[in-house]
Design a protein around this ligand. Structure first.
Ligand code: FRU
Length: 326
């Protein structure tokens, strides 16, 4: 007989493109490898809020025990998520929020704090004097509005620092280049760019290279992933002056989901820590992440050994029975 998984989790992800979303999924899969009784079904909305609404409703029809959602835009996703919650399906929001408090738990970073950390570093770097361009994430996504609010609020304390231009990005590096080029030409006095993620920050650097501005303009990003060409590496190379680390949180999401499903105590708001990384702490950060990876691999190896051992004992039992029969 085929065993039904103990729990079925539906996951509505707005996109699987890019290293940050990949790392989120890897984290979920890593955590799920310790729980073979749990099945995860993911639907990818490919940057389309309407498709994501439909997919949430589709997942609800398949009788899931819990829904994880990482919403593309807050407003259009709010009704579908509320519907799920009102039906009694626990809803875990991951990384981004909706415009409602009808959800069971949130797992993700504090985006206001991300913006604040970037602003404080910017004013320090500029010695309280200078002009900034802000490159925002997709308008209408909670991560972009949070980062923007935190950034602007914290800058208000430094009257010598001004945001002279704001560019609405899409989180993707190619899309911002024309607008940034125009903004840099219109504001030749700019000495700092705050970009809502490292991908777009990298795009900003390429534009500065084209315009011969890499010495004059310092760039701050967000995400701080490990790996070649990712945030930490860009800080180490001096492409970025700093990045604010923002954890994808895949493991934490699965852990919280399981607590909810197992009716164990859980926190409704699970805020993942953020941290400013510049040339002073980037090496230490990278070493720490390497160590964490080794620990993770060790845990995985142990669980594989345990599975192997139990399979082996079943096999030995079977052999013993067979031998007994002859
Ligand atoms: C990836 C991403 C990250 C960013 C996060 C915000 O899709 O754009 O770069 O930190 O989403 O929700």
């Amino acid at each position: 007989t085929v065993q039904r998984p103990a729990y079925r989790i539906g996951f509505s992800q707005y996109s699987v493109a890019g290293p940050w979303r990949r790392s989120m999924l890897e984290g979920m899969e890593r955590e799920l490898s310790f729980h073979p009784e749990v099945q995860l079904q993911m639907l990818n909305a490919e940057n389309n809020s309407q498709r994501q609404q439909q997919q949430i409703r589709e997942l609800l029809r398949t009788d899931i025990d819990l829904l994880i959602v990482s919403p593309y835009e807050a407003a259009p996703l709010t009704p579908a998520v509320e519907e799920a919650f009102q039906r009694g399906v626990p809803v875990l929001l991951l990384d981004r929020r909706i415009n409602s408090d009808k959800y069971t738990a949130y797992v993700g970073g504090d985006n206001q704090e991300v913006g604040q950390l970037a602003a404080r570093f910017a004013t320090r770097l500029l010695h309280q004097q200078g002009n900034i361009i802000e490159i925002l994430g997709l308008p209408g996504s909670s991560a972009a509005s949070g980062r923007h609010q935190g950034f602007i609020r914290a800058l208000a304390a430094s009257p010598g620092v001004h945001v002279v231009s704001q560019i609405n990005g899409t989180w993707q590096k190619a899309d911002l280049k024309p607008a940034l080029k125009a903004a840099l030409k219109a504001h030749p006095e700019v000495t700092l760019i705050f970009s809502h993620n490292d991908g777009m920050a990298r795009g900003a650097y390429e534009v500065c290279q084209e315009l011969g501005l890499t010495k004059q303009v310092r760039i701050i990003g967000v995400d701080g992933l490990v790996g070649k060409g990712r945030g930490l590496d860009l800080v180490q190379q001096g492409v970025l002056a700093a990045t604010v680390q923002y954890t994808p949180g895949g493991e934490e999401a699965i852990r919280t989901a399981l607590k909810i499903l197992n009716k164990e105590p859980y926190q409704r708001e699970n805020t993942l820590g953020t941290l400013l990384i510049d040339s002073a702490n980037v090496l230490a950060m990278q070493q720490q992440t390497d160590k964490r990876d080794i620990e993770r691999q060790h845990r995985l190896l142990q669980s594989l050994r345990a599975t192997y051992a139990s399979q082996q004992s079943i096999l030995y039992g079977l052999i013993a029975t067979l031998l007994g029969a002859v």
